[in-house]
Write a protein of this length. Structure first.
Length: 346
């Protein structure tokens, strides 16, 4: 089977490797039909994360067909069409029962890695896999794109809004105009936010943010961004701020644009070793967030919302590639030619 690897910074390669097999009783072997490139994958591609070359791809979002199951798997069977969340919660530990399956306490290997290939060994699949009615052929490509967002970005955007307790009438700032940030706008609107301020510097992303529910946009960064956001909130600051980037500048900004007592929902993978906690202390800022509760949200809210046509997060995929074009898929995202690269595996 073919699978993508990091050859070196800025270069992906495909290798022929052995098809995965069941190794544990709760394993599920998936035939991947759709996958994609995540913004977090670019940390490796750009060489920001240490990269020696030859490492497995960090892809973690997929739609698949169940090929084989371990002895303990009773919730899915060969032939089922499933969403493969990037988190592998057990559904029974204290974290999962509380709706934080992204922090499952039952096992350490809680996250997907290496799904940009033809087959994938999904560990701990009993509860975490999300069945989709029918087969991929039943759905339009647009619907498949929206279903694929439920493996990560739509659920992650929803997580930011949930932990920030976005509610009816709130003013919300969303830091980040990537797929997660755009999905966080959808989530804020779903939860009743009245004013949603996006932060895009790119016309196509700003337009999609507006389509998803943003009422205003601030393109500036740093102190100028803080000034503009405070002006848009009449000097009060936002009720909730959704941090969907993880950089030092983004983190600094979100701590400054909320009103006293605001909640910051953090889902951007942190890439800053230090954080000023003095400013949020004096503003009574509440900081929450972490890996998304993908399975919880998919089963309770998001899958139905997508299937019913209430939301269409698949629009974040703006160009389609094949697995053989994985280098182009990464490069297009790195160059901001696309918002999110969609990969068809046939």
């Amino acid at each position: 089977m073919k699978k993508a690897f990091f050859a070196k910074a800025g270069q992906m390669e495909l290798k022929d490797v052995e098809k995965p097999a069941v190794q544990a009783a709760d394993d599920v072997i998936l035939k991947i039909v759709r996958t994609c490139v995540c913004g977090s994958d670019l940390w490796n591609f750009r060489g920001i994360n240490p990269l020696k070359g030859g490492e497995e791809n960090s892809g973690h979002e997929a739609l698949g067909i169940v090929e084989e199951v371990g002895d303990d798997i009773t919730t899915v069977k060969p032939g089922d069409f499933v969403i493969a969340p990037f988190t592998h919660g057990c559904g029974q530990c204290a974290a999962c029962r509380a709706g934080f399956d992204g922090s499952c306490e039952d096992h350490a290997d809680n996250f997907s890695n290496g799904v940009q290939g033809e087959y994938y060994r999904f560990q701990h699949g009993q509860w975490s896999l999300v069945k989709v009615p029918g087969q991929p052929s039943y759905y339009s490509e647009g619907m498949l794109k929206s279903l694929l967002t439920l493996a990560d970005v739509m659920a992650t955007g929803y997580h930011a809004a949930r932990v920030a307790n976005v509610k009816d009438g709130d003013t919300v700032v969303v830091m980040g105009d990537g797929a997660v940030g755009l999905c966080a706008i959808i989530a804020a609107k779903m939860r009743g936010a009245k004013k949603i301020i996006s932060t895009s510097r790119h016309a196509d992303r700003e337009a999609l943010a507006k389509e998803f529910g943003a009422t205003d946009n601030v393109a500036e960064r740093g102190d100028e961004a803080v000034k503009k956001i405070m002006e848009l909130t009449h000097g009060d600051g936002a009720d909730a701020v959704l941090e969907c980037v993880g950089t030092e500048q983004s983190t600094d900004t979100v701590m400054k644009v909320g009103r006293p007592g605001a909640i910051v929902g953090r889902v951007g993978l942190p890439h800053t070793p230090k954080q000023d906690m003095t400013t949020p202390f004096y503003k009574n800022t509440i900081v929450a967030g972490g890996p998304a509760s993908v399975t919880t949200y998919d089963k309770a809210i998001l899958l139905k919302a997508v299937l019913d046509g209430e939301i269409n997060p698949g629009k974040v995929f703006t160009k389609t590639f094949t697995l053989d074009q994985i280098q182009d898929a990464y490069k297009a995202m790195d160059d901001r030619q696309v918002i999110k690269s969609y990969v068809v595996i046939d």
